[in-house]
Design a binder for this molecule. Structure first.
Ligand SMILES: *Cc1c(COP(=O)(O)O)cnc(C)c1O
Length: 420
């Protein structure tokens, strides 16, 4: 099946007489004939026993997204933040470190630089555009992973995934990619050597601003038996001595994440959220095509206006990431356009307040056009130094182009610019 078909048919296949639409299994628990049966199920990775770590509705969406990304398995989480957190905790503990590109989502910077530090895990930030030799210097004997974003929110930097995959593998560690903005429709990081993919499903995958959620997908390709990851090759005492790599082969990472971390931390999505996410997924390829068209039109429009200082959109031919985007995002570079308005922070705020169709929101990648000023919202916790490192100018506006008629979107921009 191709992506369009998978989005409609993967994950749930009704049998004779069953509901055409995937049902919401709104149940905490499941009934079994005997006590012995429950005992047996504790040895099975995907048996439904309790909805803190698995549920049939969520499972259907996990299968759909795993298939879209080309992975061997996936696990839903209650937010994109918990997906990023668990993707690291599954292989990194106190006293260890991992490497991350500096142009990532502000919430992830906080999680990695501040909260994980309190857990004793060190995140070393690197400039994604630095040379291989320069980035190599950040690796230490205790380095456990490399983390980056396909299309960074909001810097719109395109990651050279192959460069980072080969660096990570040369050092015996996996590459984890946050593929939220690209979605598997625009880029499939596993095809370029990434090992694990995470998503905030709250953005394009859902698309309608209905649920907050996350997903972790395992490519099944990383060799956890390379001598650096004893948590996969030695018995887990908290799970009656199971050895993940022996019992679960190339799905060891994603099954360990569920059996160990989800069991203990419990940030699993609700069945109803998974149902809403699935509705969004059904139209994902159609929506992505239009987001990309509208995004490019808005970027081109901003580019020729004298009141605009600069525009970031990898789909523009003169964008610094255009060459990388042709390789990694050949179908388009999403509906998110970032720009700096002449006059800086104050003018930016004035322009945003003057918009009538586009709304001010702490959200992005929605079906409706929305705008955000990162320096005073999502990234207000970052210092100016961190802002610059994250590719954000204090006057930058993140314009998330929706699926309205393009002329209505452009006219809204035009009328608000008249007042600044
Ligand atoms: C929004 C976002 C997250 C966090 O996801 P939530 O669902 O809000 O927790 C992580 N990464 C990226 C790229 C995002 O845009």
């Amino acid at each position: 099946m191709r992506d369009e078909t998978k989005c409609l048919h993967e994950g749930y296949t009704p049998k004779d007489g069953e509901p055409r639409v995937m049902p919401i299994v709104q149940s905490t628990t499941y009934r079994f004939d005997t006590t012995e049966r429950i005992g047996e199920l504790f040895n099975l990775p995907n048996a439904h026993m309790y909805s803190r770590f698995s549920n049939p509705t969520v499972e259907a969406v996990e299968k759909k997204i795993a298939s879209l990304e080309g992975g061997v398995g996936a696990m839903g989480t209650s937010s994109g933040q918990s997906a990023s957190l668990l993707s690291i905790l599954n292989i990194c503990k106190s006293g260890e470190s991992f490497i991350c590109t500096s142009t990532i989502y502000g919430g992830t910077v906080n999680l990695f630089a501040v909260t994980l530090k309190r857990f004793g895990i060190e995140c070393i930030f690197v400039d994604a555009d630095a040379s291989v030799e320069e980035i190599q210097k950040a690796f230490k004997p205790n380095t456990r992973a490399v983390f980056g974003e396909t299309l960074a929110n909001p810097a719109l930097a395109v990651l050279d995934i192959e460069k980072f995959a080969s660096l990570a593998h040369k050092n015996g560690v996996p590459l984890i990619i946050d593929n939220t903005f690209a979605t598997p429709v625009l880029c499939k990081p596993f095809e370029f050597g990434a090992d694990i993919v995470v998503h905030s499903t709250s953005k394009y995958l859902d698309g309608h601003a209905l649920q907050v959620g996350g997903m972790i997908i395992d490519s099944g390709k990383f060799d956890w038996c390379n001598g650096r990851f004893p948590e996969f090759t030695e018995p887990d005492q908290s799970y009656h001595g199971i050895v993940y790599s022996e019992t679960f082969g190339n799905a060891a990472y994603i099954i360990k994440a569920r059996m160990q971390l989800m069991r203990d931390l419990g940030c699993y999505p609700a069945a109803h959220s998974a149902f809403l996410l699935n509705l969004g997924l059904e139209t994902l390829p159609v929506r992505m095509e239009r987001y990309c068209q509208n995004g490019l039109r808005v970027a081109q429009y901003f580019q020729q206006l004298s009141k605009i200082e600069s525009v970031s959109y990898p789909g523009l031919e003169n964008d610094r990431y255009h060459l990388l985007s042709k390789k990694y995002l050949p179908k388009g570079t999403s509906g998110v356009v970032c720009f700096n308005i002449k006059g800086g922070r104050d003018t930016a705020v004035k322009f945003m307040n003057g918009l009538k169709l586009a709304s001010n929101e702490v959200h992005v990648a929605d079906i409706r056009t929305c705008v955000l000023h990162p320096a005073s919202a999502t990234h207000r916790q970052l210092t100016d130094e961190q802002l610059i490192a994250a590719g954000i100018n204090p006057g930058m506006i993140r314009f998330s182009v929706g699926l309205e008629n393009i002329n209505d979107i452009l006219e809204d921009i035009e009328q608000s610019l008249k007042s600044v």
